[in-house]
Unconditional design. Sequence first.
Length: 71
Amino acid sequence: MIKPDLPTLTAFVLDKGGTKLMADEMFYFYTSKGWMVGKSPTKDWNAAARNWISRSKSTESAQAPQKKLIV
């Protein structure tokens, strides 16, 4: 796997509906881990980015304040 640079990863994440913050967080997280998943190298950073976006969006929606409907 060829490790992406930050501009490449950012462009990919933005294209898939993510944000620059998501791209930055993912880039620095995987860089700190040497682009390893456990003891294995990351095989597909594109798939990792799609999963990162998906998990980030589900976390954001779960943490969003819920409005109470008063009837």
